[in-house]
Design a protein around this ligand. Structure first.
Ligand code: AP5
Ligand code: MG
Length: 226
């Protein structure tokens, strides 16, 4: 691998900006693990205990889960052995307090030896009207969770998942117009302050996320250096 290759990557952007889509491309090209805090929380929400019920109620309405929970889940996932050679972290941090908690964990006595410090923070920039269009048309394979879109990314054979051959598809409960508008508001109010934090550290690179998926992937390829 080239010396300049970025392997420890944080993916930021508004809801529907393409974080999950581009994380999947990077994961395949670099052969490293991508994980989304949203996916982890939807997994938690499928449980049957009180925590599952509370998480489901929060994420279905587009509200953030409590910081301590998000931080605990991030630490549990990030420091697994399979991520020690590189990772793509999608949807975390989403608040300044989470960004600081991530730095603290990466520099802690327990984990600093793995050299997992962030190499790059990619910020996908997409105007609100694009985001709404993308989220309202989004669906995913029920089995392997590959993302599709009614207008922008249909499976090659209609009704059959390209990746696993699954024939059932699902939509997210938080993908309604009202919820997207409130998620966008939350992004501006709570997540946007994380952007200057990474800018000051010299880690942030902004990417115009408005073009077709492969055009955005190409821009990211050049930044990541593969
Ligand atoms: P999460 O699942 O992370 O949702 P999000 O941030 O709102 O982002 P999305 O997953 O909706 O969008 P995306 O940017 O991944 O876009 P995608 O690639 O799918 O989080 C869900 C919830 O969990 C949060 O609301 C919150 O409640 C909670 N949560 C998560 N993290 C948390 C944290 N750290 N702390 C507290 N709470 C937390 O693309 C969208 C669609 O567009 C797809 O259909 C795709 O096919 C299509 N598309 C993608 N790129 C393009 C393109 N270039 N052109 C055309 N179509 C495209
Ligand atoms: Mg996503």
């Amino acid at each position: 691998m080239p010396e300049t290759l970025k392997r420890n990557i944080v993916m930021m952007g508004a809801p529907g900006s393409g974080k999950g889509t581009q994380s999947a491309v990077l994961s395949e090209k670099l052969g490293i693990n991508a994980f989304s805090m949203g996916d982890i929380l939807r997994g938690v929400a499928r449980g049957t205990d009180e925590e599952a019920r509370q998480v489901k109620a929060l994420i279905d309405k587009g509200n953030m889960v409590p910081d301590q929970l998000a931080i605990r889940l991030m630490e549990k996932e990030l420091f697994k052995p399979e991520n020690q050679n590189g990772y793509i972290l999608d949807g975390f941090p989403r608040e300044l307090s989470q960004a600081k908690a991530l730095d603290k964990a990466l520099n802690s006595r327990k984990y600093a030896k793995y050299n997992m410090g962030i190499d790059l923070v990619l910020l996908l920039q997409v105007p609100d009207d694009y985001v709404i269009d993308r989220i309202i048309g989004r669906y995913a394979c029920a089995k392997c969770h590959t993302l599709y879109h009614e207008k922008f990314k249909q499976p090659h054979v209609f009704g059959i998942c390209d990746v696993c051959g699954g024939k059932e598809f699902t939509r997210r409960a938080d993908d309604t117009f009202e919820t997207v508008v409130s998620r966008l508001r939350l992004f501006r109010r709570v997540t946007a302050p994380v952007i200057p934090y990474y800018e000051m550290k010299g880690l942030l690179v902004c990417v115009d996320g408005t073009g077709p998926i492969d055009v955005v992937s190409e821009k990211i390829r050049k930044i990541v250096g593969y």
